[in-house]
Design a protein around this ligand. Structure first.
Ligand code: SF4
Length: 367
């Protein structure tokens, strides 16, 4: 087993990232085999339980209300709707359901209670349950854990330096605080980022430094490639090449040997050969389902064909961490505290975000 290091430097990571490709692939694949079965890939289904209308200004996201993109928003789904989707996901080979809500942060009240009920329902289907709901307090993390949550997703997105050029409505530090709150429970942490947002290689390395220095390191790290969506501030950015994705996956595998590295947004632009190279380089998780929140994703049957072709098997649920117990709402030992934490609001101007907002406003006024 290779040692788990939390003190990687940006320079060390950059020199791994920039190695001759064959050497990088060999090193990453070797480490991958020490810690994981190379023929097993975890399959997660991402479900958007509340879409659009988000008050945040993330420059890559079509769900930010201020950019008026063409997505179809929806209010919080009902528990039976979510259960039906989870059962469908299970039938098609998913071991995990990740529920995403376009919220800045969780607010105690009926909607959060409904999400807790969704967590209980899916855990009882013997599937891993993950949520991505924005910033949460320690009490909210504990209530999610008690309901049977397996993982909480909260991406760092990019390096601390570049974060200020992507989002102005919250700070990098808030992300770390939420991850710390999740770590006060037994819920595992899923945190990664997006490449291809106009960042420098140093920022990719900086993000990996931040993730790898968390102790413990996140149990899963999604690596997304930006999918530029019309109307967002990043609509005109050229998609990255597969080589960048392969290098990022391989480097992530080397600096975080035990984590599940997940191929996330951007898979529709990758060939099967490209994806196979990512699996070889240490990716061992994918998001399945025809949509990733709002962006397109390969059809699940195509994914299963690809698995067959490559001799890959979907990972069984609770392989890495055992199944949490669900405590029913009536037996909960935690009360909603109705806290109003002061998450940051840096509010600095990001030129491209401002332009996208102004463009959206002008379009609405014209209509
Ligand atoms: S990424 Fe999340 S927080 Fe940011 S705008 Fe989109 S839904 Fe809101």
């Amino acid at each position: 087993m290779s040692e788990i290091r939390h003190n990687w430097t940006k320079q060390e990571i950059l020199s791994i990232y920039n190695k001759p490709l064959m050497e990088l692939l060999y090193d990453a694949a070797t480490i991958h085999r020490m810690h994981h079965d190379p023929n097993t890939v975890q399959v997660s289904t991402l479900l958007s339980i509340k879409t659009g209308g988000c008050p945040e200004d993330c420059g890559y996201c079509p769900q930010a209300a201020r950019y008026h993109t063409n997505i179809e928003g929806n209010d919080l789904m009902s528990v039976p709707q979510v259960k039906a989707q989870a059962l469908r996901a299970k039938e098609s080979g998913s071991s995990r359901v990740c529920m995403g809500a376009a919220w800045r942060n969780v607010k105690d009240g009926p909607e959060f209670d409904q999400v807790l009920e969704m967590v209980r329902t899916i855990n009882k289907l013997d599937m891993e349950v993950c949520c991505t709901l924005g910033m949460i307090t320690e009490n909210q993390a504990k209530r999610l854990a008690e309901a049977g949550l397996y993982a909480y997703n909260h991406n760092l997105d990019t390096s601390e330096d570049y974060y200020k050029d992507v989002i102005s409505t919250r700070a990098f530090e808030d992300r770390l605080d939420t991850i710390e709150n999740v770590r006060k429970t037994n819920v595992t942490v899923c945190s990664g980022g997006i490449i291809g947002m106009g960042e420098k290689l140093e920022d990719r390395a900086g993000m990996l430094v931040a993730l790898a220095s968390l102790s413990p390191q996140p149990e899963s790290v999604p690596i997304n490639a930006l999918v530029p969506v019309e109307g967002t501030p990043m609509e005109a950015i050229e998609p990255i090449s597969i080589w960048e994705m392969v290098r990022m996956v391989a480097t992530t595998r080397i600096v975080m040997p035990q984590t599940q590295v997940r191929l996330s947004a951007g898979r529709t632009q990758m060939s099967r050969e490209g994806q196979a190279m990512c699996f070889f380089a240490g990716a061992n998780s994918i998001f399945a389902g025809d949509k990733l929140l709002t962006t397109p994703n390969p059809d699940v049957n195509e994914d299963m064909e690809m698995f067959k072709l490559l001799g890959l098997n979907p990972q069984k649920p609770f392989t890495k961490v055992s199944q949490p117990k669900t405590v029913e709402a009536e037996a909960s030992q935690y009360q909603p505290l109705g806290e109003k934490p002061k998450w940051s609001r840096p509010g600095h101007k990001i030129e491209r975000n401002e332009q996208a907002k102004a463009k959206a406003k002008a379009t609405v006024n014209k209509a």
